[in-house]
Design a protein around this ligand. Structure first.
Ligand SMILES: NC(=O)c1ccc[n+]([C@@H]2O[C@H](COP(=O)([O-])OP(=O)(O)OC[C@H]3O[C@@H](n4cnc5c(N)ncnc54)[C@H](O)[C@@H]3O)[C@@H](O)[C@H]2O)c1
Ligand SMILES: O=C(O)C(=O)C[C@]1(C(=O)O)C=C[C@@H](O)C=C1
Length: 367
């Protein structure tokens, strides 16, 4: 049975995994470490972990499972160092990185089947980082990919699946190579395109200073992910070089193709271009409830007294602003707490800021 878990890296993903495990099975003891003390302290305060480790490799010989939830380059370094650490017989080590081939190859080379490593990747997240963005339901109904190697047994994989049951994710298995090709197409390359569109807009900034304010739904929708953590995406691109180089070539050809339709004023081809894309896009499975979290969080400094949640929801109800989630986060000592309100859209969040200012003098802030 898995009784003690160690989580290295308590940001968005490590924190969400910890919360989901605790919610499902509060008796599991979670030890946590983060290179950033604030993250690990907050993780303890919000109840994501039971115990803080002040070093990367504390006494680990009684730990049943280790999650490495750091950016992928750090994950590789941690796996390399793990070979020299005393671990419990049969311990399962897993990760959550957005790339798999390099990580699994490193695990195979350094841990060499002596220590059981199962690559993992929950296919849900956010452009936000850090423990305060973590949610126990972040992965609900999302796919969670595992890439078990020949060194692990079905029993090992089932052990991990049991611990991950609290995520309520749909767990599937793939090879690391398949994983990297697929995520290259539907995750990594889109992040490159989103960032490139932001650059394109920025280049016009001087000429059209108003442009930024004119950027409406379309631009915001397609570039939301350009707000993601740059260090995380740098490392993902460095890990997934070959599949991405192929996607660049294909994308450039695709741009040439539609450019030609515009040049030729070929209205039939232009219509077909959008009609075919629409048909494919409309045929994507419905967004599963819970798989895509509400991205628009608002934090409110509130006095910590019973009734504060209903007071705030009452204000929002007066203005008919819909809320998807509300939670107290005790990040500070003494009187004040922080309330996290989650909204489906940015305009709901903006309306909530105005509403809270109208009915109270509580400070609101966005992270
Ligand atoms: N953000 C997403 O949408 C998403 C989704 C699925 C998987 N992932 C993967 O999950 C991993 C974590 O991403 P995240 O979004 O949680 O990032 P994050 O920045 O929210 O959290 C990463 C945490 O790791 C810590 N850290 C960095 N180096 C460390 C080290 N050497 N030792 C201990 N802690 C260290 C950081 O301080 C931070 O708290 C990445 O590998 C990423 O590719 C991200
Ligand atoms: O929703 C987002 O902000 C994400 O970018 C999440 C996303 C993705 O590309 O879909 C990002 C990286 C992951 O490894 C998995 C999920």
């Amino acid at each position: 049975m898995t009784e003690k878990i160690y989580i290295i890296g308590l940001g968005l993903i490590g924190g969400s995994i910890a919360l989901s495990i605790k919610q499902r099975n509060p008796s599991v003891h979670i030890l946590g470490y983060d290179i950033n003390n604030d993250q690990v302290n907050l993780a303890k305060k919000i109840g994501a972990i039971d115990e803080i480790s002040t070093e990367l490799f504390p006494y680990l010989a009684d730990i049943d499972m280790i999650f490495i939830s750091t950016p992928v380059q750090q994950t590789i370094q941690i796996i390399e160092q793990l070979q020299a650490v005393e671990l419990k017989q049969g311990v399962i080590i897993t990760d959550v990185g957005s790339t798999k081939a390099k990580i699994v190859e490193t695990a195979n080379r350094y841990l060499n089947g002596r220590i059981k490593f199962i690559g993992g990747h929950p296919m849900a997240g956010s452009h936000k980082s850090g423990i305060l963005a973590a949610k126990p339901h972040l992965f609900e109904n999302a796919f969670y990919i595992l890439t078990p190697s020949e060194y692990v047994t079905t029993e090992d994989v089932n052990k991990l699946k049991t611990v991950l049951a609290g995520t309520k994710a749909n767990i599937i298995e793939m090879t690391p190579e398949e994983h990297d090709k697929v995520t290259g197409v539907i995750s990594h390359f889109p992040h490159i395109v989103a960032a490139s569109l932001v650059y394109q807009a920025e280049n016009y900034e001087e000429q059209f200073p108003l442009m930024k304010r004119l950027a409406a739904g379309g631009f915001r929708d397609i570039t939301r992910i350009a707000s993601s953590n740059p260090a995380m995406w740098r490392d993902i691109l460095l890990h997934n070089k070959e599949p991405l180089l192929q996607l660049f070539n294909e994308w450039i050809l695709e741009m040439e193709r539609i450019k030609q339709f515009v040049k030729d004023e070929n209205s039939d081809q232009l219509f077909n271009y959008f009609a075919n894309a629409k048909q494919y896009r409309d045929g994507l499975p419905e967004k599963q409830k819970g798989a895509i979290p509400s991205f628009y969080d608002l934090f409110v400094d509130v006095p910590d007294y019973p009734g504060i949640i209903s007071e705030i929801t009452g204000y929002l109800a007066k203005e008919e602003i819909s809320l998807t989630n509300i939670r107290i986060i005790e990040t500070r000592e003494e009187i004040y707490g922080v309330l996290r309100l989650s909204f489906q859209t940015e305009s709901d969040r903006e309306a909530a800021i105005a509403c809270i200012a109208k009915y109270s003098d509580y400070d609101t802030f966005i992270i």
